[in-house]
Ligand binder design. Structure first.
Ligand code: PLP
Length: 387
């Protein structure tokens, strides 16, 4: 019997090594891994530049306290600032920590300008911002909060797409609206560009902050560095995590100068956040996310999505919709996706579920056409078998 707690429903499958898009299981079988640790391994398994970066840093210095300057972190923060809307960065270790910090920054900003009453955050009902006590209540999901009361106050929820309800929720106590630019766990729901734009305008009009959670869709996954770039807006605060460490646990909050000024010494901290080992890997990831790679993601995405739509045409009773952006792709089925995912796995293609009967397909950003063709072949075969 396992000594691990029972909080995960694990598949009876484990791996001994991985290379690029592929994983080798403990019984020697080769799997095409289009989960990649849930959009974490941006460059697949054992990317040689990341392996080299971690090896080099591990021989020099792993960890020092944030009581000291950390040049590797300074460097990574500079690069992020140069690439994005942000003026300053706080490093964390995970997505949930990054979203929590985003909430703290929003509240502390209003506190710092003498408007402490502005502390409520508006979120989409059944969104996903992580699993800490605050983050589960930010999500407003019954499933995630059940048994973890008392309810954390300070969050208001509107149904996805219900703009009337959203506008009604904004009052003098509202600090920010926080949404995922693309709802990952929620079933790869891409918030339309005009909506993201309207959110920005609404926040401007009401004098509140816009937090765009790009923990899953950020760092090139969408085909842009950030998914909100498609809408041509500038948010105030952006939590990131999954893709930035390329497999090393890492998170961060990106902010404008206006709000980051509130984060004076002592307002926030993390023992591990931004340590030299993590920062060395983060730098090596970011250095590989250039315009050429983003173009590659867009090209592979266009090919993958149009080919999936061809499969959908062939099996209109199985596949309801192909959706997503970049290499954050969702295959929505008419029925529960459990058997489909199992069959894909039996055919050596790994995928992962999301809400609304969606199968999430998350190849590494450097995936090639041959690997996508292999996935398409397997998906087609499973459709045929289940038809
Ligand atoms: C995964 C995810 C999180 C939480 O990240 P963890 O590292 O699991 O804490 C938060 N927000 C979004 C949008 C995510 O996809």
């Amino acid at each position: 019997m396992s000594a691990l707690a029972t909080n995960y429903k694990r598949k009876n499958l484990s791996f001994i090594k991985g290379k690029g898009s592929f994983l080798i299981s403990n019984d020697g079988k080769k799997y095409l891994d289009f989960v990649q640790g849930i959009a974490v391994n941006s460059f697949g398994h054992s990317n040689h530049k990341l392996v080299s970066a971690i090896n080099k840093q591990s021989k020099k210095l792993w960890h020092v306290s944030n009581a000291f300057k950390i040049p590797e972190g300074e460097k990574l923060a500079q690069k992020l600032v140069k690439k994005t809307f942000a003026d300053s960065i706080i490093f964390q270790n995970s997505g949930a920590e990054a979203t929590e910090t985003a909430i703290k920054v929003a509240r502390r900003y209003f506190y710092s300008i003498g408007k402490e009453h502005k502390n409520r955050i508006i979120c989409i009902k059944n969104s996903f911002h992580g699993r800490t006590i605050a983050a589960i209540h930010a999500s407003g999901s019954k499933k995630m909060t059940k048994g973890f009361g008392p309810k954390v106050p300070g969050f208001d929820h509107f149904e996805y797409g219900n703009h009337k309800q959203l506008k009604k929720l904004i009052n003098k106590n509202t600090a920010a609206i926080m949404v995922e630019t693309v709802m990952g766990e929620g079933g790869i729901k891409v918030i339309p560009n005009w909506c993201i734009k309207a959110l920005r305008e609404l926040c401007n009009k009401k004098g509140i902050l816009l937090i765009l959670d790009e923990v899953q869709c950020g760092i090139g996954r969408s085909g842009k560095f950030f998914a909100f770039e498609y809408a041509k807006v500038k948010p105030d605060i952006v939590p990131i995590a999954k893709g930035i460490g390329g497999g090393f646990p890492m998170g961060a909050v990106l902010m404008t100068k206006k709000v980051s000024k509130a984060m004076v010494p002592g307002t926030h901290g993390s023992t591990f956040g931004g340590n030299p080992l993590a920062m060395a890997v983060g730098n090596a990831v970011l250095d590989q996310i250039n315009s050429q790679l983003l173009k590659h993601v867009q090209n592979m995405s266009a090919y993958f999505i149009s080919s999936l739509n061809e499969i959908k045409e062939k099996y209109p009773k199985i596949i309801k919709e192909v959706r997503g952006v970049g290499l954050l792709i969702g295959l929505q089925l008419f029925n529960d996706q459990t058997i489909f995912i199992k069959k894909l796995m039996e055919n050596k293609l790994l995928t992962i579920r999301a809400a609304e009967n969606v199968i999430r397909i998350l190849p590494p950003l450097n995936v090639n056409k041959k690997e996508i063709d292999l996935a398409l072949k397997i998906i087609d075969k499973v459709c045929y078998d289940l038809n």
